[in-house]
Design a protein around this ligand. Structure first.
Ligand code: 8LE
Length: 467
C-alpha cells in the first residue's frame, strides 16, 4: 500500500499525473477485506500508542477491562467503549489546555483549532506538525477524487477562525497544488465582496456550507451578477446536511451551473474529509484507511448491518497528537457495502449524514429529521430562500408548522401553493404539517451553519420547570 505507515509519513513531493483518477490507486481500490485486515493491524498500533501516551485512554480502557492486545478482530474492536464529546470536554477542563488524551509533548503542538463553543465549554484541538501534514495529504487525496486539480483556484468561504473546516480545506487544496484563496466568511458586507473577488480571481472551486452557497447565490443576483456566470466548476461542502439532500444540491448546482460534492464528519477526527464524495452525486464514501468509520446502533455501539441506519463512530488511523478512538458522533446515516461499481472499495453513505440524533424530533409518534423537511420545501417552485420549522405543543399534542418564504407566487395562489407543500410533507413525513407562507427575506441568512428549527416545546419545558 502506498505510504501507509505508523506513525504516518508522507512524501510531500508526490502528486499523481493530472489525468490519473486515483491519488493512491492501491489504497483506494484494494479488496475491502484486505484493507480491513490492514486496518485491524493499524488499530492495534494506534491503541498501543494511545495506551502508552494518553492517560485518558489508559484510564478508560482499564475501567472497561480492555487492553489493546485483547483486540484481535474488528468485532473485538466493537467492544471498546465509545468516547463522548462531553468526556473530552471534561478531560480538558481537568487537564488544561489539551486534555490527557494529548499524546505528544505540549511543545510539539504547532497548531491550535477549536470548537466554536456555542454550547458548553469549547474544546481545543492541539495539532502536531506531523498531524497537520497528514491531514493536508489526506484532504488533497479526497479533493483529487472530486476532480480538483492544480490549475484550480479554490475559494475557502467559511470562517477562518478556530473552525477546522476552513483550515482543512485550505491545507488540502494547498497540498494538491491548487491556488488557494482564503476569503473566509462571516464579517458584515463580506458576501457582496466575495462575489466580486470571485470574478476577479477566476475562482473555479468553492468550499463552505451549503447554506452559505445558497446565500451567496442570492446576494450575487441582488448585485446583478448571475451566479452561473462566475465560472465555478465545482463546489464542495461540509458542516451541515445539504450537499446530499436532493433539493438543496440541485438548487446549488442549478444556481452556479457547477458540480456539487459532499464531505465532512467531525473536527475532532480531522482529516474530517474522510467522509467524502468521489462523484458528483449525493452521498459520501467512508475512506476507511484514513479514519475507520463504523455505523453503529446508538445504544450498544455495535456495527449495524450494511443497508441499516445508525450513528457513525470514528477512529483516527493517522493522528498522533490527539488520537480519537471510537468517538461517538450522535449523527444519523445509513451505510451500504463497498461496491466495485463505485470505483473505490469503500463503504458508502448514500444520503450522507442526514442529521443529528438530538435534532430529530417526534410529532405524533413519527420521527422527523429537519433535513427531510428542507428537501421538500426547497424543491417547491416559488421557494423564497429560507424557512423555519416550528415545533410547538397544542394541549397535549406536539404540532409542526413550517414557515416558508415565497418569491414570485401571486397572492391569490398562495393558499394553494402552501397546500401543495403541506401535501408533500404529509407524504414524506407521515404526519401533517401546517405550511405558512411568509414574504421573501423574512428570515436571516447564515454565512455558516443554518439553525432552522424553533422548538417552542423547550420554552414550555423551561416555563414548566420554573414554576
Ligand atoms: C451533514 C466537518 C466540519 C469540520 O466541517 C465540521 O462541521 O465539524 P464540526 O464543527 O465538528 O461539526 C461536526 C458536525 O457537523 C457533525 O457532527 C454533523 O452533525 C455536522 N456535519 C458536518 N459535516 C456534515 C455534517 N452533517 N453532512 C455533512 N457533510
Amino acid at each position: 500500500m502506498e505510504q501507509w505507515s505508523w506513525p504516518p509519513r508522507y512524501d510531500e513531493s508526490y502528486r499523481p499525473e493530472p489525468g490519473q483518477r486515483f491519488w493512491f490507486p492501491r489504497r483506494e481500490t484494494m479488496p475491502a477485506q484486505e484493507r480491513d485486515e490492514a486496518i485491524l493491524a493499524r488499530i492495534r498500533e494506534v491503541m498501543a500508542y494511545a495506551w502508552e501516551n494518553a492517560p485518558f485512554y489508559r484510564r478508560k480502557w482499564d475501567e472497561a477491562g480492555i487492553h489493546p492486545s485483547s483486540v484481535k478482530s474488528l468485532s473485538d474492536f466493537e467492544k471498546v467503549p465509545v468516547v463522548r464529546k462531553e468526556e473530552l470536554r471534561a478531560d480538558q477542563a481537568a487537564h488544561e489546555p489539551f486534555g490527557s488524551y494529548l499524546s505528544v509533548p505540549v511543545s510539539e503542538v504547532k497548531h491550535v483549532n477549536g470548537t466554536s463553543g456555542t454550547t458548553g465549554r469549547p474544546t481545543a484541538f492541539g495539532i502536531s506538525e506531523r498531524d497537520w501534514r497528514s491531514v493536508a495529504n489526506a484532504h488533497a487525496r479526497v479533493m483529487w477524487a472530486m476532480g480538483i486539480r492544480q490549475d484550480d483556484t479554490v475559494l475557502v468561504a467559511s470562517p477562518l477562525s478556530l473552525y477546522w473546516g476552513s483550515w482543512g480545506a485550505y491545507i488540502g487544496a494547498e497540498r494538491l497544488g491548487a491556488r488557494v484563496f482564503p476569503f473566509g466568511a462571516g464579517t458584515p458586507g463580506q458576501t457582496a465582496r466575495t462575489v466580486h473577488w470571485m470574478r476577479q480571481m477566476g475562482v473555479t472551486v468553492f468550499y463552505g456550507t451549503p447554506s452559505y452557497a445558497l446565500h451567496l447565490a442570492e446576494v450575487a443576483a441582488d448585485e446583478g451578477v448571475d451566479p452561473a456566470s462566475l465560472g465555478l466548476r465545482k463546489l464542495f461542502f461540509s458542516g451541515e446536511p445539504g450537499a446530499s439532500v436532493p433539493a438543496i444540491r440541485s438548487r446549488i448546482a442549478g444556481a452556479f451551473g457547477a458540480q456539487v460534492y459532499d464531505s465532512g464528519s467531525m473536527a475532532e477526527v480531522s482529516p474530517w474529509m474522510h467522509l467524502g464524495a468521489a462523484s458528483d452525486e449525493p452521498g459520501v464514501l467512508c475512506w476507511q484507511d484514513l479514519v475507520y468509520t463504523e455505523v453503529c446502533d446508538p445504544v450498544h455501539h455495535h456495527r449495524v448491518e450494511y443497508g441499516a441506519e445508525g450513528t457513525p463512530v470514528y477512529t483516527t488511523l493517522e493522528r498522533t497528537s490527539q488520537p480519537m478512538i471510537r468517538l461517538l458522533s450522535n449523527d444519523l446515516t445509513r451505510w451500504e457495502a463497498p461496491s466495485a461499481a463505485r470505483g473505490r472499495s469503500y463503504p458508502f453513505l448514500p444520503n450522507g449524514i442526514y442529521g443529528r440524533i438530538d435534532d430529530m424530533f417526534t410529532v405524533r409518534g413519527e420521527n422527523v429529521y429537519p433535513s427531510a423537511i428542507d428537501d421538500v420545501v426547497m424543491a417547491a417552485d416559488g421557494y423564497g430562500g429560507e424557512h423555519r420549522i416550528v415545533i410547538s405543543r397544542e394541549s397535549t399534542m406536539d404540532s409542526l408548522a413550517v414557515q416558508v418564504e415565497y418569491k414570485d407566487v401571486p397572492e391569490p395562489s398562495l393558499q394553494a401553493w402552501a397546500g401543495g407543500i403541506a401535501e408533500k410533507l404529509r407524504k414524506v413525513l407521515g404526519v401533517g404539517a401546517k405550511v405558512v407562507p411568509v414574504a421573501h427575506q423574512t428570515f436571516d441568512r447564515t454565512e455558516f451553519k443554518a439553525r432552522r428549527v424553533v422548538d417552542d416545546r423547550d420554552l414550555l419545558r423551561r416555563l414548566g420547570s420554573a414554576s
